[in-house]
Design a protein around this ligand. Structure first.
Ligand code: PLP
Length: 269
């Protein structure tokens, strides 16, 4: 039997800093699946260990910040990283460690999903963490992907999403995608804000369930599209389309929120 060895070919690498969610719905598992589904490779550095099921986050513990930095440094020396995706940061020391890494790799596009609460509303952040994210991470981000509540919390402005986005752009993010899943409207509306152009609107019909890990799926798929060379707007459109598909194929392995199927096989119907 002959064995054909494929020529080694490097897939675009996305370096992820995320928490571990043992339910498999959100966090690092969401990143790996969403990034792999776009033909990219996820290199993964865990920021925190959470204890949660599909209904509740019971607790979380941040990892040691020095160890996290060491893991990332080793990977960045070894691999050519095409995008960095940041999810749950858990504490100020982790934010500062990631900041040190971003400072020395400012050529790599950074996509930040500022995870401040779980899908069911449990807080995963303090006001000190919000300040640290604003100070140390936002100025390095090509794109941040807060939902409306996160945008209001980060910007300390709850008047309207446009004013909140303006504040976040002034703080240094290049583009701000505010997702609208928390509203009650029949259509879900997302807005992509830019520093020097008019905002873009994206819409999809509201799906029937509550989902766990949709924000992680969106941000990491966008990071993968950016890693393959797409511009921000196109990557956002493709990430939203992909995420919507994963939610259409969502399943309920537990008793709480539904989980996106990021490795769905399109049905021929
Ligand atoms: N990352 C981790 C580790 C989490 O535990 C959670 C929510 O519980 C999230 C991210 C955010 O999840 P979602 O994508 O539902 O906003």
């Amino acid at each position: 039997m002959s064995y054909i060895k494929n020529e080694p070919e490097a897939k675009p690498v996305v370096l992820c800093f995320s928490g571990h969610d043992p339910s498999g719905g959100a966090g690092i598992q969401a990143d790996i699946e969403a990034i792999s589904a776009q033909g990219c490779h996820a290199a993964t550095v865990i920021t925190a260990l959470t204890c949660q099921d599909t209904s509740h986050v019971l607790s979380f513990d941040a990892v040691d910040a020095d160890k996290l930095k060491k893991q990332a440094d080793v990977l960045l020396r070894d691999m050519s990283v095409s995008a960095i995706k940041i999810g749950m940061t858990a504490d100020v020391e982790i934010v500062k460690a990631i900041h040190t890494i971003l400072k020395t790799h400012h050529e790599i596009p950074v996509i930040l999903d500022p995870v401040l609460a779980s899908g069911a509303g449990t807080s995963l952040s303090s006001s000190k963490l919000v300040d640290a994210i604003n100070t140390y991470l936002l100025p390095h981000c090509q794109l941040i992907t807060p939902n409306t509540l996160e945008a209001f919390k980060l910007s300390s402005c709850s008047d309207d999403t446009e004013t909140a986005a303006g504040t976040l752009l002034e703080m240094g993010a290049e583009h701000v995608l505010i997702t609208g899943t928390h509203a009650k409207s029949a259509l879900v509306e997302h807005y992509l804000y830019h520093a020097h152009e008019l905002p873009q609107q994206f819409q999809n019909t509201r799906l029937p369930h509550e989902y766990h890990g949709s924000g992680c799926t969106l941000a990491s798929s966008i990071a993968a599209f950016i890693a393959t060379g797409l511009m921000t707007s196109e990557a956002v459109q493709k990430g939203l389309d992909y995420t919507y598909q994963t939610l259409q194929y969502a399943h309920a392995p537990g008793q709480g929120q539904w989980l996106p199927d990021r490795l769905y096989t399109p049905k021929n119907d």
